[in-house]
Design a binder for this molecule. Structure first.
Ligand code: ADP
Length: 632
């Protein structure tokens, strides 16, 4: 709005008298102004509205051919409120309009105008214009400053030299969790709960962790600089979100590394456990009912089963499980578990279930979600040895902004949440970072395995969900599972149960592919004993050769998923291309991503989870063989 000092001020002259226009123009130019002449009112208004900087002064003849001078003045006011108006009139005493103009405090000149009085009137008007526009510019810059102050995302505090808050912007009020009134006059280092750089020090940056009145913790960076005499501006940047992202990345890398290790160990141990289980079953079958050694062998088998339960938890953690996701309603799952949970928690505890009646659906493996709920409830129980109340609540949640919490960030979106809350001892900050690590437990020797929450973590992560933990020492704990809302109509009907197998054995030709030699030998032996003709290979390539040779006879391939060289899936796809009605049964200690992502969509591509028992093996194989052919 300001013009530079060197630029001449523009003066608009509106007069229909050509001679007059020229004379006034010359006088003004001589005085150092930039005159603009318009012979009609309309042209004068147009000229003014096209100017980037409207004229400082407008000199308007009251009598114009096209419109009344008063109207010209009014329209000019609309174009620029700052323009100073001077009226030129024929005869002051006779012109009634002049009185009206005076009331509106327009200055006026009576024709004929002496150059000196014209110039002194113009000079005064120009001076008024300069003052008014300087004030307007100042107001505007103050308003702009205030708008900036009010709208920047960083929190800004202005303090005096002793650190007493003079002013704060809305972001600062939000950060401090206090209204402006409460902030004014307070000591800034008390408000932030962190020392703030020495008064007067300019541009000092420091990072602090603060706790707001509502108990939220935040990581902030404060930088202070002298702003005006006796005033320091402190800009406080909330780093919490970035820190959370960094923490989440760090956490997920750590979990991935541990997961790979755990998954690998579990995979190998599962082969061993399968052999132990099946050989002990064979031994038992060969022993007389009265033989005392029977119990011993059964004990071996039970031990192997306990070990298998551990490896399956490790696999869950390593997110290498085969999930069978379906559209599910968490309310149904919680409802079905109610009685079981009541038994698990015992008599000193009660469970409250709060269901959101309009709950959206999620896509997840119902069995796995049951395990998540069970583990959380068991932990809640353990946290309240003297009894109390556990709450399970389901809800729909729409997040418009990222939601950050202790272990990371939940992206914006629609979620179904399941929250398990207890009133136990709570979880301390020192324990928080390790909560989901396998084998991390604070429970005494023989009491906890430290696998509960790592299983929860694995399942939830593999189901594309997130876990939020809310707790402090002494305030109980709450675990909230966020599962993405699934698009879809209603829960998929459960698959009709397959007809009971006609017989538990069979006589078909089976191609067994397994790289673990002990397990391969075991499979050959078991399947042969159940009547099957068995071909065996140690890897996909030799299996392919065998399949080509015996293409007509082979009815089913029983194959490991993960093997050195091509995977079981690649092998199956290869043979299926030659023989579309071939059946496939995968065996897996864990699975590669390809299988995980596709889930296990149809019964013809069943997966046998290692370790398995003889019974499961032969029954599943029979089911696969008896399933109707796939529609390719
Ligand atoms: P475990 O229960 O075998 O110790 P978890 O992985 O389930 O293994 O839990 C790990 C640790 O997390 C527990 O030992 C305990 O310190 C802490 N924890 C889990 N749930 C809660 C809870 N609801 N309240 C307090 N602490 C808990």
């Amino acid at each position: 709005m300001t013009s530079s000092a060197t630029e001449p001020l523009s003066i608009l002259v509106v007069d229909d008298d050509d001679q007059m226009l020229r004379t006034i123009g010359d006088i003004l130019r001589y005085r150092g102004y930039a005159p603009l002449g318009a012979p009609t009112g309309r042209e004068g208004i147009e000229m003014a509205s096209r100017m980037l900087l409207p004229p400082a002064v407008a000199l308007v003849d009251l009598r114009l051919p096209d419109m009344d001078g008063i109207e010209v003045v009014a329209r000019l006011r609309d174009v620029s409120a700052l323009t100073e108006v001077l009226i030129l009139t024929g005869n002051a005493s006779l012109d009634s309009a002049v009185r009206a103009l005076r009331e509106q405090s327009y200055d006026y000149l009576v024709k004929p105008v002496a150059p000196e009085s014209l110039l002194s009137s113009i000079d005064r008007a120009a001076e008024r214009w300069r003052r008014k526009s300087a004030e307007a510019a100042m107001r505007e810059s103050q308003e702009r400053l205030r708008r900036m102050f009010d709208h920047v995302r960083d929190a800004l505090f202005i303090s005096d030299e002793r650190g007493v808050v003079l002013d704060a912007n809305p972001a600062a009020c939000e950060l401090a969790d206090l209204p402006l009134d409460a902030l004014r006059g307070a000591a800034l280092d008390v408000v932030l709960g962190a020392p703030v750089s020495a008064p007067g020090a300019a541009g000092v940056r420091d990072e602090y962790r603060i706790t707001t009145p509502s108990g939220a913790t935040r990581t902030i960076e404060v930088s202070s600089s002298a702003f005006a005499p006796g005033m320091i501006v402190h800009s406080v940047h909330d780093l919490s979100e970035r820190r959370h992202l960094e923490e989440e990345l760090h956490q997920s890398r750590k979990m991935d590394a541990i997961g790979r290790l755990a998954g690998g160990v579990a995979h190998d141990i599962n082969n061993v456990l399968t052999a132990i289980t099946c050989y002990s079953e064979m031994l038992v079958a060969g022993l007389e009912g009265t033989d005392e050694r029977r119990e011993d062998v059964l004990e071996i088998r039970r031990a192997a089963q306990r070990a298998a339960a551990l490896t399956s938890q490790l696999l869950a953690f390593s997110r290498k499980q085969i999930l069978q996701p379906r559209l599910i309603d968490l309310n149904d799952i919680v409802g079905e578990m109610e009685r079981l949970l009541a038994r698990v928690i015992g008599e000193d505890l009660t469970i409250d279930i709060a269901r959101d009646p309009e709950l959206w659906l999620v896509r997840a493996d119902p069995g796995q979600i049951e395990q998540v709920i069970m583990n959380l409830v068991v932990n809640a129980r353990d946290a309240m040895p003297r009894g109390g109340r556990i709450t399970i609540a389901t809800a729909n949640v729409s997040l418009a902004r990222p939601h950050s919490h202790h272990h990371g960030i939940v992206e914006p979106g629609e979620y179904v949440t399941l929250r398990v809350t207890d009133a136990g001892a709570g979880i301390g900050e020192d324990v928080m970072p390790y909560l989901f690590e396998p084998f991390f437990t604070t429970k005494g020797q023989g009491k906890g395995t430290g696998l509960g929450l790592s299983t929860v973590y694995g399942i939830v992560t593999q189901s594309h969900g997130k876990i939020e933990v809310g707790s402090g020492r002494g305030t109980g704990a709450s675990f909230t599972i966020y599962l993405p809302r699934a698009a879809g109509e209603g829960p998929a009907p459960a698959r009709p149960a397959s007809p009971p197998p006609s017989a538990i054995g069979g006589s078909e030709t089976v191609l067994v592919v397994e790289d673990d030699e002990a397990l391969r030998n075991l499979l050959v032996r078991l399947l042969s004993e159940h009547g099957y003709r068995v071909l065996a290979a140690a890897d996909a390539e030799s299996a392919m050769t065998l399949a080509r040779l015996h293409l007509d006879e082979v009815r089913v391939i029983v194959t490991d998923v993960v093997m050195p060289g091509p995977s079981g899936r690649e092998l199956a796809d290869g043979v299926l291309a030659l023989k579309p009605d071939l059946k496939v049964l995968y065996m897996s200690g864990y699975t590669g991503d390809a299988l995980v992502h596709r889930g296990v969509p149809d019964p013809e591509r069943a997966v046998l989870q290692k370790p398995f028992t003889t019974e499961t093996l032969v029954r599943t194989l029979r089911e696969v063989l008896d399933a109707p052919p796939a529609a390719h």
